[in-house]
Design a binder for this molecule. Sequence first.
Ligand SMILES: [Zn+2]
Ligand SMILES: [Zn+2]
Length: 126
Amino acid sequence: MRLTKQRQVILDQLKKHKDHPGADTIYTEVRQILPKISLGTVYRNLELLSESEVVSKLEYGSGQKRFDPNPMPHAHFRCLECGGVEDIPLEVQPPTLQGEWLKDRTLTGANLEYFGYCPDCQNKNS
Ligand SMILES: [Zn+2]
Ligand SMILES: [Zn+2]
């Protein structure tokens, strides 16, 4: 995939995030650099980047889409209170799949999500 200037800026911006932002967050930030860009353009470029597997897209039941600069399958933790999404650290990632069943299949991704309450929300509620 050819990276246009716009797409490069969008990708660079997304890579600064560890909190899996939505398109509107990226739009607000990219607009500081490219004032003429539209939300539609940002959205379309994020979709293209996820189709080319440069980034991952996380979709939740609410229809809310978030983007993740890490294209490798990894598990996420979502807070039910504030909606924050974070990567589960490698040392506590669930084991990868192994065994016979995998031999005649190719896995291209995974959508593994745990949910509960983040430390901030947990403290607020107790
Ligand atoms: Zn929270
Ligand atoms: Zn992630």
